[in-house]
Design a binder for this molecule. Structure first.
Ligand SMILES: CC(=O)SCCNC(=O)CCNC(=O)[C@H](O)C(C)(C)COP(=O)(O)OP(=O)(O)OC[C@H]1O[C@@H](n2cnc3c(N)ncnc32)[C@H](O)[C@@H]1OP(=O)(O)O
Length: 426
């Protein structure tokens, strides 16, 4: 994008031109994105990472004459869905329109082109995290995962189980330990809907640690949990510490946990035990955990966690039939869904979904049979990963039951035993 593009007179506006980005246009495109987000420049290390991760053939720019005035990108992700499958999904990202060119339909034009491209690639799903949660519903994205943030006054909570004596904790260099941590992360992706496989180079994201973005915190640190006998990696946590003191010289530092993965409840408890026991600190914070995080049950006094829930990942079914066939179902289901999709009309119509339940696969095809449930594609996106019940959406008037019993049947089948969760932004 070109940051100094002049504001057009609305009466003279030509139709926006949206096209794929050329490699030499990346700098201006990314600078325009920074301007769309308020103008702050990213740290060179961050910029370099995102430049490397940008998929140029999936990056779109919008033009006003010779000036780039808007853009949107997508990553070729693979997303865990209920039942343990991992499906291709477009990770929509880097969306911005210059302040001079807003509310004239540029985002709409970018979303049109992008969703058509995603469909042409054969990806049944698109996902994103939104700068503002009001933006993407109109394009058929529903809120599919939530995140839990915690602020723990460590002196006030203790763990009901301290972990396992067979676990040895060891401090390690985050970069050196990254390959082993990545193998452990990879082994956990299919276990929780919403998790993303890490494509090549994405292992750099959890290590991103630009000095200018630390905000007073230490460089990133890493603690490994290993089997005392074999040395096998069983879990890890990455975190930073801001050491602070009160006016009376009492230590009042904060531990900010970036990520934590563990193979078993005992290892998870051992890692939290470590994080809650760091000298010179009085608070441990974590910005994003699943809403069913075990820590809620592990601590002596859950109210002290100051647990807050926020929206996280929005999900769009780009191809309703393929998306519903691709996931597993927690219970047998046979329902006809009457789906409305104004932005991607190829999805509009009745779809018959049939599954024998866990491990049985699913069939989902267009049908002329009578509908059992009526809903918009946005609500299907909310329910897709199992994080929001169809019953809850019906209580909000967003799903209509047309056959007695169909709502409970579908709601049970769409549910997930573990809460879906997106492990990192993009
Ligand atoms: C996945 C991501 O990257 S999320 C990041 C999104 N980017 C940002 O937040 C950066 C700052 N904001 C922007 O760059 C722009 O305001 C954008 C991209 C959010 C919107 O771009 P615009 O070109 O102004 O959107 P466009 O004109 O196509 O608007 C389409 C509709 O969305 C609505 N809309 C646009 N932005 C917002 C918003 N922030 N909140 C609520 N509604 C919005 C418009 O009012 C319009 O509604 P209508 O169809 O009822 O008239």
């Amino acid at each position: 994008m070109t940051a100094d593009a002049a504001a057009p007179d609305a009466r003279e506006l030509p139709a926006p031109i949206v096209r794929a980005l050329a490699p030499q246009e990346w700098e201006a495109w990314y600078r325009g994105l920074e301007v769309a987000f308020g103008g702050q420049e990213e740290e060179p290390q961050e910029r370099e990472l995102w430049r490397g991760l940008t998929e140029l053939d999936r990056s779109l720019s919008a033009w006003d004459g010779p000036a780039q005035v808007g853009g949107a990108g997508a990553f070729s992700f693979r997303l865990a869905v209920p039942g343990g499958a991992v499906l291709p999904a477009a990770g929509v990202t880097m969306v911005g329109v210059l302040p001079t060119h807003r509310r004239r339909g540029l985002l709409t034009a970018l979303m049109r082109r992008q969703l058509d491209d995603i469909r042409a690639r054969g990806e049944a799903l698109a996902v994103l995290t939104a700068s503002e949660s009001a933006i993407y519903g109109r394009f058929g994205y529903g809120l599919g995962t939530w995140r839990l943030s915690l602020t723990v006054p460590r002196a006030k909570v203790r763990l009901r189980s301290p972990g396992d004596a067979s676990v040895r904790l060891r401090l390690a260099d985050p970069a050196e330990s990254s390959p082993a941590c990545e193998r452990l992360y990879a082994s956990r992706v299919a276990l929780r809907p919403g998790m993303l496989e890490r494509r090549p180079d994405w292992e750099r994201l959890p290590l991103l640690d630009a000095p200018g973005s630390r905000g007073g915190y230490s460089p990133l640190q890493c603690v490994l949990a290993e089997d005392r006998g074999t040395g096998q990696l069983l879990g890890y946590a990455r975190y930073a510490v801001d050491v602070a003191w009160t006016a009376a010289d009492v230590p009042a530092g904060t531990v900010r946990v970036r990520d934590i993965e563990a193979q078993s409840p005992q290892v998870y408890a051992a890692l939290w035990s470590f994080l809650l026991d760091l000298d010179l600190t009085d608070t441990v914070t974590v910005r994003s955990r699943p809403v069913d995080d075990p820590l809620l049950h592990l601590v002596s006094d859950p109210r002290r966690l100051d647990a807050r829930i926020s929206d996280s990942m929005f999900v769009r079914l780009v191809d309703v039939g393929a998306a519903l066939r691709g996931r597993g179902y927690a219970a047998p289901v046979e329902v006809v869904l009457d789906v409305t999709d104004e932005f991607c009309p190829w999805n509009t119509g009745r779809w018959k979904l049939h599954s024998g339940g866990p491990g049985k696969g699913a069939v989902c095809e267009p049908t002329t049979e009578r509908a059992d449930l009526a809903l918009a594609v946005r609500e299907l996106g909310s329910a897709y990963l199992g994080g929001t019940n169809l019953t809850a959406l019906a209580a909000a008037g967003l799903v209509t039951e047309l056959r007695d019993g169909a709502l409970a049947e579908a709601s049970r089948a769409f549910a997930s035993d573990v809460a879906p969760w997106l492990p990192h932004g993009f």
